[in-house]
Design a protein around this ligand. Sequence first.
Ligand code: UTP
Length: 465
Amino acid sequence: MKLKDIKSLLAKHHQEHLLDFWPELSVSQQENLLGQIEGLEWENIDSWVENYIKTEMPAKLPEKLESAPVYPAIASDPKIKALYEKAADYGKKLISAGKVAAFVVAGGQGTRLGFDGPKGNFPASPVKNKTLFRIFAEIILANSKKYNAVIPWYIMTSPLNHESTMSSFEDNKYFGLDKSDVFFFQQGTLPNFDFQGRVLLSAKDTIASSPDGHGGSLKALYKSGAIADMKKRGIEQISYFQVDNPLINIIDPLFIGLHAIENAQMSSKALKKAGPKEKVGNFCLANGRVVVIEYSDLPDELAEKRNADGSLFFEMGSIAIHIISRDFVEKLNKKGFALMLHRAVKKIPYINAQGNIVNPEQPNGVKLETFVFDALPLAEKSVIFETLRENEFAPVKNASGSDSPEVTRRMMSDRCKAWLKNAGINTPDDCVVEMSPLFAVCPEDVKMAKNKLISIKFSDKIYIE
Ligand code: UTP
């Protein structure tokens, strides 16, 4: 586009200030800035400003919300038991046939944890201080060995951490994985705004922007060529997880099998909420489709509503663990789709009219994000499978308190102890235990390897490999 056309585009959308420092810029800086301006979604900017920036659009709840059907964590009904056996067998077949990929979204900024660098480099394990990336890599490696299959790993980063993420894999020799089976790609970004709806500059030639949320993964998977790579490899199912949860069971034959047998396009694991207002999304059914309603959007009377037996009517919380069919992502992208935006009021460093960098002490603008669970209602069929918190959910979110590294480490150790107990081995209360995923990725693995554990001496810290 010519400068003249850019100027009129900016004027039309009230964003002329983006060229305020134009005369001061070098030719390459000017080109850089023009490229960024051209790359903005101009067809959407005015409606974003109206609906999300200047005011907060109240969440529109579907007229009728029902509770969503859930497969229980423990099958007591014989019919469900039989289905789970069939599903687990089918899941194992898919994994062994190389039809399942692992996919982590790791493009977030991890501001609450306050860790310098990609969150995947955070040392999370209780004895060996293994990083989150190492833990996931070892889980994937262990499953590849178990099923004698290649399980490629797709890793979504953002422009903020792409290079540093790649270097940590290079520096650690891909944590034992084959480099050719690890695929990195970057998610998209969205511009940051001040409360008047003006796009902010982070430098005189740079538009302030931030990653477009984990929902951006559904577009980035396609745009980056990851989906094409999966197709070439014969991948049918994608196991989606977040970078902050080391208890994740990345390759779960039962969950994968249930999703596939039910012909679902996007499925979820769920937890019984700790209380009516626990800060997790709520699984609901609206117009026959699964939706997740954020805790802050669910009116109190619905959050508190109970069934005759006293259980919560909206009992199941979302923990960001999904199986997504490759075909679903491909179709969404070919057809064109847009996830709703969510507004986050933040402190955003910016360049003021005098050309100085300002690091605000109070929130001064809005970042926009999309959430992956907003794709659930786009799926015609979606399975929800209950899991237990102690088995599978211990995210590292905050520096201290709930969801902190301290809690995660304790839960990792407790799960190892529970697996040992299940194999008939008791551990002292004050002993901290860590197991290499290469030793066990599920309780059955521990039972099978029991003879290796007979002579084990428990001290205050023990690592089992
Ligand atoms: P969170 O919602 O916990 O955000 O991300 P965060 O950015 O990691 O942490 P805070 O809020 O700044 O403290 C949940 C998962 O989604 C990924 C994160 O990397 C994490 O795995 N994510 C989040 C992305 O991949 N991209 C994003 O734009 C946002």
